[in-house]
Design a protein around this ligand. Structure first.
Ligand code: BTN
Length: 261
């Protein structure tokens, strides 16, 4: 009952996703996890106008002021736990395509979970899994997209690396239309994934991956190194050529494309 009182509005989209809208939540990923424990369903979406404890990858804080699109999707795909990262890739692709289709902005995906415009981060994705006895029970895919947010909502040190759709378009956009399109494209790709088309989805993702072939700096745990971004393999692992003989496989980390002078 308490849960129902907090909800601002419930609506269903035509793509089979049930959407729960909130004014404020600590984190939409956390709310979806609560729901997952109470219901066996999937394709449940939680969105909030603001998050007080939005989380990014590697336990980082995710700033979530008014004007952004902060949402999480509950899914129960019958795949192996290690294949759940595929959902990050297909959600990145859905967001990158949506921004290109709706606003004609050139988007890039950056391994492992970012969407960039002109080299600046506009969106990040946080995928979290819950397993039982080695079996995937459910996956939460959280999307943080800087939509109608002013750049000065971010601390000065972030402002050089971050952008928002409002900043790129010089106007505000309709957040509901944006989320609907993302969900529509995501659903198409989710069905393709479930039908065994991962290889072609990864190929589509790579078409947006302009960092491939470039010199990058990788930070992975306490190690930092430079190399050429060669490829992302079928497991979503980044392959980096560090010298003529050696290729490193990066499973977890951050990359920055080196500016060529
Ligand atoms: C990242 O780039 O580190 C991932 C950021 C993911 C942020 C989104 S906002 C909606 C959902 N709820 C959260 O607490 N995090 C994700």
């Amino acid at each position: 009952m308490h849960l129902m009182r907090e909800i601002q509005e419930i609506s269903s989209t035509s793509f089979g996703y049930k959407i729960f809208r909130y004014n404020t939540l600590s984190s939409t990923n956390e709310k979806v996890k609560e729901i997952a424990k109470e219901t066996p369903g999937e394709r449940i979406v939680v969105t909030a106008e603001t998050q007080t404890q939005g989380r990014g990858r590697l336990a980082r804080e995710w700033l979530s002021p008014q004007g952004g699109l902060w949402f999480s999707v509950l899914l129960r795909p019958q795949i192996k736990p290690k294949e759940a990262t595929r959902l990050t890739f297909i959600m990145s692709l859905a967001v990158a395509e949506t921004i290109r289709i709706l606003y004609s902005l050139a988007t890039e995906v950056k391994w492992p979970n970012d969407i960039h415009i002109k080299g600046k981060k506009v969106c990040g994705i946080l995928t979290e899994t819950t397993t039982q006895d080695g079996i995937l029970k459910y996956v939460v895919v959280g999307v943080g997209l800087n939509v109608n947010v002013d750049l000065d909502a971010f601390p000065e040190n972030l402002q050089i690396n971050v952008t928002t759709l409002k900043r790129e378009l010089d106007c505000e956009v309709d957040i509901k239309t944006l989320m609907q399109k993302i969900l529509q494209l995501f659903e198409e790709k989710y069905l393709q994934l479930l039908n065994g088309h991962w290889s072609s989805l990864l190929k589509e993702w790579k078409a947006y991956a302009s960092f491939l072939g470039k010199l990058i700096t990788v930070t992975s745990f306490d190690e930092t190194f430079k190399g050429k971004a060669l490829d992302v393999n079928q497991d979503g692992v980044l392959l980096v050529k560090i010298n003529e003989e050696d290729i490193k496989q990066v499973i977890v980390g951050d990359i920055a494309v080196e500016v060529q002078s």
